[in-house]
Design a protein around this ligand. Structure first.
Ligand SMILES: [Zn+2]
Length: 144
């Protein structure tokens, strides 16, 4: 039997970009232009933090909104929705290394979206737990 928390958080940002790969010559490569990007975070986890939350929704909002009304080319070499989705998922993973699943969907229009997924398997989670234990032991040793 499996028991999880499944968190969803959705927000929308407005951001500019221009795709820069020479091999891509369509509309998004011509001029810097704006998109209204709907970003959906999905997190599956069995663990809650010290406040009994999966994660404070505000942290996810801040993560997405650092790109609101910004030019994504200032942050990413070739800012496709795929690149943004992957980056956001990796940032969530840094905050929640024990989460079983992290998915970030970036909607570029009403008809097109992309999702990047991190499936944290049992072995990876076990290794993370070992690393955390190791770190807390080391902290204890140095504080004595
Ligand atoms: Zn575009």
């Amino acid at each position: 039997m499996r028991r999880n928390f499944v968190l969803h958080y959705e927000t929308t940002i407005a951001a500019a970009h221009r795709l820069t790969k020479d091999v891509y010559t369509k509309k998004c490569a011509e001029h810097t232009h704006g998109h209204s990007l709907r970003i959906v975070f999905t997190i599956v986890t069995t663990k809650l933090d010290e406040t009994d939350m999966v994660i404070d929704f505000g942290k996810l909002k801040d993560l997405a909104h650092q790109y609101d009304h910004r030019n994504l080319n200032d942050f990413f070499e070739n800012p496709t929705s795929e690149v943004l989705a992957k980056h956001l998922a990796e940032e969530v993973f840094k905050m929640l290394p024990d989460a079983e699943y992290i998915g970030v969907t970036v909607w570029e229009s009403d008809h097109s979206r992309v999702r990047y997924e991190i499936r944290n398997d049992d072995l990876t989670r076990l290794l993370n737990t070992c690393k955390q234990l190791d770190e807390s032991l080391r902290r204890k040793e140095t504080s004595q």
